[in-house]
Unconditional design. Sequence first.
Length: 257
Amino acid sequence: MSLDIAQLRESFQKNGYVVVPNFLDNDELNIVRERLTKLIVATHKKQNYEHAFYANKQDKNSLKQLHRIEEDDFFKSYSASTKWSSLASALLDDKVEPALALEWFNKPPNYFHETPPHQDNFYFCFEPPQALTIWLSLDHADHQTGCLHFIPGSHLQGIRPHRLSNNLGFSQTIADFTEEDQRTGVAITANPGDAVIHHAETIHWAGSNQTTDRNRAALAMVFKSNTCQRNQQRFEAYQQSAKPFIQQELRLAEVVE
């Protein structure tokens, strides 16, 4: 894979997102998929696991999110991959800290859950907002399975007001999101192994999975530059506002043997 880093950086800084096709080759992609399958099987055996989110706690096939998977030995090592951090550093044009979080997202078939419009930095509270997420497609992400949508240039407009969303795994959504915002969004389809990278303040969302037999899974790593820090006052205010829904999420995260 040959990358034109200057071109990618220019597009990222202008639009707030960029796509790197074939970021992982088939061999590396298959290794990641295999390790994720083992982790998911282990997760199903746990009860009341607070970092797993099921669309239906009675249905193991409805697993839609796994947080903090860097606590797994393999992914703890994998999260230190310079392949990922080098790309993050190049796009932010700054040195980055080790990956802050490693998460698995899925849109299982038959559950039709949307990802609400939001900006990650409403949760992160980083200042300056020099952070991004590398979102690795593990399946085909298209209009039927619920691909990502981005508003170009929205990362340059600051944080919009957010409110509780009542959406499992995504506690917040943009409060003043409009039909014009919806029309402005650009749908980004992706093949397995493609990386979709977005800035922490880029407005984005995803539709529901309308299929009956296809998952839409992805692995995501979050990076921030050495120059940005968390605004603790903002972060505590966010946590307080989301507390009722976070408690609800923890109750819904129960699984059955």
